[in-house]
Design a protein around this ligand. Structure first.
Ligand code: DX5
Ligand code: ZN
Length: 221
């Protein structure tokens, strides 16, 4: 298993050429496609649904797709994303009446399940669901938009979650999302993250391979 996964957020891709742009970023060395779903209710923006994910699969995208649901309520849409071809499905506890049930629902559809923590969401949710998790996603910005700045307090929170994961002895990815760039990805990895979402930093660069390689150099160097 790869130690570090780079997951470009296609929120910052060219929506008019989404298939081509996604294929291009994967060919440039990305590991996972991060797919941001915003519902203009839980977060103030509106993006993509399961039909778009299915269209990417039909276009020939075979890489893992990491569906980040910024949706409330979340349960009704989970099976649709699983059927459309999601690999990971993560959601915010605020979007679910029954967090444990939503995690079970994801897993019963054969997807990897994860919980997402906003900058001000306490980690106490983890006390009873660690055994249900394949990934823990810490937001390093408030959700809703790409292109925001990394909130430095996330580094401490990452260290806390890294300890919890290590103590659990479970194989759980620690993902970080928001404001990840070449100049902070090394510090984020040092704090314990091993899966890195980056939207504007990658798609805002003219050469995807160059920027992904620069990120990997920071991670491995
Ligand atoms: C924010 C989204 C992020 C976002 C990251 O709500 O969850 O995935 O696209 O974008 P950057 O990397 O531009 O901060
Ligand atoms: Zn995201």
């Amino acid at each position: 298993m790869k130690k570090f996964l780079i997951a470009p957020s296609i929120l910052s891709a060219d929506f008019a050429r989404l298939g081509e742009d996604t294929a291009r970023v994967l060919a440039a060395g990305a590991d996972v496609v991060h797919f941001d779903v915003m519902d203009n209710h839980y977060v103030p923006n509106l993006t993509m649904g399961p039909m778009v994910l299915k269209a990417l699969r039909d276009f020939g995208i075979t890489a893992p797709i990491d569906v980040h649901l910024m949706v409330k309520p979340v349960d009704r849409i989970i099976p649709d994303f699983a059927d459309a071809g999601a690999s990971y499905i993560t959601f915010h506890p605020e979007g679910s009446e029954h967090v444990h049930r939503s995690l079970q629902l994801i897993k019963s559809h054969g997807c990897k399940a994860g919980l997402v923590f906003n900058p001000a969401t306490p980690l106490s949710y983890l006390d009873y669901v660690m055994d249900q998790l394949d990934v823990i996603l810490l937001m390093s910005v408030n959700p809703g938009f790409g292109g925001q700045s990394f909130i430095p307090g996330t580094l401490d929170k990452l260290r806390q979650v890294r300890r919890l994961i290590d103590d659990s002895g479970r194989d759980i990815r620690l993902e970080v999302d928001g404001g990840v760039k070449v100049d902070n990805i090394g510090a984020i990895a040092a704090a314990g993250a091993d899966m890195f979402v980056a939207g504007s930093a990658i798609f805002g660069h003219s050469d995807y391979q160059e920027i992904i390689e620069a990120m990997r150099r920071e991670l491995n160097g």
